[in-house]
Design a protein around this ligand. Structure first.
Ligand SMILES: *Cc1c(COP(=O)(O)O)cnc(C)c1O
Length: 409
């Protein structure tokens, strides 16, 4: 988003006009930004056999999935429904990794029937998998290296108390199960939580995976998950993807030499690919002065963007209706009957009723975490693609609230 002659634009498209055309609350995505992030990742890992598996749960609109396909990524999915969405968008089963947690074996069987790669993160499921399929279906094993990394307790999934992955301390047991049933393990995976900051932590985790890999002679790939952090505010520390790429490529090539074969290196970025491409646009309903604060109350809430309330995440907020207004301090809050503060003590250009405020970094875990709480409609979504605004999800209507309800009284 850039300010040109007093108007905010994305790819030359006037954002305020898009909001006028489609109404608010509205999610707007910049396709170019997504393409640039894919390129950055690819360039950072030049020289290794890289596969980018977009973590679809970050943003599942089918047009975003199709865009990813155009940009040459594959996908990582966490539910059978995400698998089906990916197939719907033209991904082949070979391009889809299915990384569920605590799902029933029935759902795993469904995924096998659809032909996708299964990532197993539980010894009991591994046993069932071996009993049922023997060596006939290749699979991947999710290892928990127990390294703590991550911006927030809820997204730290690598620590010892985490429910994710099979503990690195249980790998001897895993190998026994694999041998017993002759399971065809073609990949090892780890995903230690979002927001990896230092390349050292990443490399330490990789080291753990390299060690385990020695015990699995038929590997085709190692999957290092994700956790690439993006900047939320000015001066934020971000993952230095170029540095991680350089360092990782070096140790990965060395590992392949020792292993005796060139493996593929997989990553599963969600946030890194789509976060900065997303803008969440809301309209100011009221400006309310109280003794302690001035509230800008907007036509949205935790039903449309829950990250600030759930993770305490920071989203930069811009008043695009009044770019040259005097700056004042506001609490930007929603209309839901719980405390739903998008941003506290934010310096914004003077906010007047009707002004459109834009929250940045809203591409990942924004729309995909929306709900109908308070019986509000979900927002519409617009994709800016090749300099044109396309509506990619219509706003809900009253009938949508009734669609799944069975009226018996
Ligand atoms: C959520 C998730 C990701 C993506 O994480 P980001 O922080 O959005 O990059 C990758 N892999 C797995 C298994 C996940 O569950």
């Amino acid at each position: 988003m850039e300010l040109v002659n007093g108007r905010y634009q994305i790819q030359g498209v006037d954002l305020l006009s898009v909001c006028k055309d489609h109404g608010t609350p509205l999610y707007v995505y910049d396709a170019d930004k997504i393409g640039q992030q894919v390129e950055r990742l690819r360039n950072a890992f030049e020289g290794v056999n890289l596969r980018i598996k977009y973590a679809t749960k970050a943003l599942t609109n089918i047009n975003i999935l199709k865009l990813m396909r155009k940009y040459g990524t594959e996908v990582d999915t966490v539910s059978i429904q995400e698998v089906k969405l990916a197939l719907h968008c033209g991904f082949t089963p070979e391009e889809i990794l299915y990384t569920p947690n605590c799902v029933s074996f029935d759902e795993i069987k469904m995924a096998v029937d659809l032909g996708v790669m299964i990532n197993i993160d539980n010894i009991h499921i591994l046993e069932q998998f071996g009993e049922f399929y023997g060596n006939s279906v290749p699979c991947c094993i999710r290892v928990n290296p127990h390294l703590t990394a991550g911006g927030n307790a809820k997204i730290q999934v690598g620590h010892i108390g985490s429910k994710f992955g099979i503990s690195v301390f249980q790998m001897r047991h895993v190998r026994k199960v694999v041998e017993n049933f002759g399971i065809d393990v073609v990949g090892l995976h780890m995903h230690s939580g979002s927001d990896f900051l230092q390349s050292e932590v990443f490399l330490m985790a990789a080291e753990v995976l390299f060690n385990e890999a020695q015990h699995f002679p038929d590997l085709k790939f190692l999957d290092m998950g994700s956790g690439f952090k993006v900047a939320y505010k000015e001066g934020d520390i971000t993952t230095n993807i170029e540095e991680i790429g350089r360092e990782m490529s070096k140790v990965f090539k060395k590992f392949c030499k020792e292993y005796g074969r060139d493996l593929e290196l997989w990553f599963e970025p969600g946030k890194f690919l789509v976060s900065e491409a997303g803008y969440f646009c809301v309209s100011t309903n009221v400006v309310k002065h109280s003794p302690a604060a001035v509230f800008a109350g907007v036509d949205s809430g935790l039903n449309h963007l829950i990250r600030p309330m759930m993770y305490g995440s920071y989203h930069d907020i811009v008043n695009i209706s009044n770019p040259s207004g005097t700056q004042r301090v506001y609490d930007v809050v929603g209309y839901i009957c719980e405390t739903d503060t998008f941003g506290q003590d934010r310096k914004l250009n003077e906010v007047r009723a009707g002004d459109v405020l834009v929250m940045k970094n809203a591409g990942a875990y924004g729309f995909s975490m929306t709900s109908n709480y308070n019986s509000r409609f979900r927002p519409a979504e617009v994709l800016i693609y090749k300099g044109q605004a396309h509506l990619i999800r219509r706003r809900e209507v009253f009938e949508d609230l009734l669609a799944t309800q069975v009226e018996v009284l």
